[in-house]
Every structure is written in structure tokens, then in C-alpha cells.
Design a protein around this ligand. Sequence first.
Ligand SMILES: Nc1ncnc2c1ncn2[C@@H]1O[C@H](COP(=O)(O)OP(=O)(O)O)[C@@H](O)[C@H]1O
Ligand SMILES: Nc1ccn([C@H]2C[C@H](O)[C@@H](COP(=O)(O)OP(=O)(O)O)O2)c(=O)n1
Ligand SMILES: [Mg+2]
Length: 216
Amino acid sequence: MADASKDYVGSFPPGKKITVVFVIGGPGSGKGTQCAKIVNQFGFTHLSAGELLREEVKSDTEQGTMIKNLMQEGKLVPSDIIVRLLLKAMLESGNDKFLIDGFPRNEENRQAYENIVNIEPEFVLFIDCSLEEMERRILNRNQGRDDDNVTTVRRRFGVFQESTLPVIQHYEKLGKLRRVDGDRQPDIVFEDVKAVFAQLNIQVASTRKREGTEKC
Ligand SMILES: Nc1ncnc2c1ncn2[C@@H]1O[C@H](COP(=O)(O)OP(=O)(O)O)[C@@H](O)[C@H]1O
Ligand SMILES: Nc1ccn([C@H]2C[C@H](O)[C@@H](COP(=O)(O)OP(=O)(O)O)O2)c(=O)n1
Ligand SMILES: [Mg+2]
């Protein structure tokens, strides 16, 4: 039944198989870098929670200003907002395989996703990287982000340790966590990431074959 609330975003058709993988790791651990490689190789749609929020900031609304201020302080945005942005992007993509990067970042994110989207992730990829290496990468990445300064970065590390590590432990207990060592070169990290995604190979291979046939 359709939800009459003004916040209703939509839903997937009942019975449609949707594959979701969460990609988590500290700020600068290489989530975006590895997601780009996964997209190339396995045909997922990459949705970065942070990118969706940065797009929302550009909208110049009251909500955009609120998000901008929280991000500048290195804090997390209320979960309802990010989950609705994610669901909207998932529905609009037309794809059925999603990499959700930078999410869930705390227990509230995880519960809001369960309430609003409720598609169990196949697994959770955790890119585990040392704080020193993450800080070095962020301060060198030059993407013009307001939150990539040393003060905000350290606050983001604090949020990661206090709020995201418990979520990681939650998935570990469920046997859903796939940890890779993110301290190494991107292509080396990707060798391990590929091995993790090999468990989804049957669907991915058949999709790629179908896409190939359609183009002929
Ligand atoms: N394995 C790696 N080794 C060295 N530098 C990396 C590695 N992975 C990513 N980077 C670089 O570090 C910065 C942060 O990577 P990014 O993918 O944006 O991380 P995240 O999305 O987790 O914040 C970028 O400049 C990126 O090019
Ligand atoms: N689930 C999320 C994801 C990101 N955010 C906000 C808070 C984060 O510091 C910023 C930036 O996130 P983003 O994933 O782009 O950052 P990194 O790729 O880890 O450097 O966005 C959030 O509030 N909730
Ligand atoms: Mg990123």
C-alpha cells in the first residue's frame, strides 16, 4: 500500500531481487577508490552517502544549509535524510545491484535503513586502514572539500571510532563482515576486494553476458 506521508520516496517492486553491499571504512580509507574499481568490473551502481549529501548542500535549501554545517563540523547528518536520499537514488538508477559507500556510519543509520529500505546487505566490505595513512591521504587529496582540513578530519576520525566501529562489530557478529587491509596500494587492495566479490560472480557474470549480447 502506498505511504501517504510527504516523506514517501517509493519502493522496489515486491519480489524483485536487489543486491546491496555496504562499503565502510574510516575517512580516506579508499572507499571511493575501491568502489570505482568494483563498478568497472562488476556493474554495480555506486552510491556515496557523502556525495549525495554534498549534492543536497548545492540545492541551497534550509535542509542543505543544515547538512553543510554538520559536515563542516565533521558530524553525522540525521539518518532519515541520508536514507531517503539513498533510496531515491537507488530507485532512479534502474539498476538492481548497489554499492552503498560510507553507510551505515552509526547505529541510527543502520536502523533507519532497516525501517525505510529494509534490503539486507549481502555483506559489508570494511576497508581497514591506519589513522596515520588516512590522515595523510585526506590532507593530500585536494578535492576542495570543506571538511578535509586537519581539525575536521580529526573529529571525523573520532566519529568513526565512536559510532562506526560498533556497527562494524555488529556485522562481524552476524558473519557479514569482509575485512580488507586498506593500507596497501589501490590495485593490491583491489585484488582482495575482487576475491570478496567472487561470491556474487554468478549473477554478475550472467548480467555482463546479457549486456554484451544486447549491444550486438
Ligand atoms: N590504497 C591507497 N593507497 C594510497 N592512496 C590511496 C589509496 N586509496 C585511495 N587513495 C587516495 O587517498 C585519497 C582518499 O581516497 P578515497 O577513495 O577518496 O577515500 P574515502 O572515500 O574512503 O574517503 C584519494 O586521494 C585517493 O586517491
Ligand atoms: N552516512 C553518512 C555518510 C556521510 N555523512 C556526512 C558526514 C561525513 O563526515 C561526510 C563525508 O562523508 P564521505 O563518506 O564523503 O567521507 P569520506 O569518503 O569518508 O572521506 O558526510 C553522514 O552524515 N552520514
Ligand atoms: Mg569517499
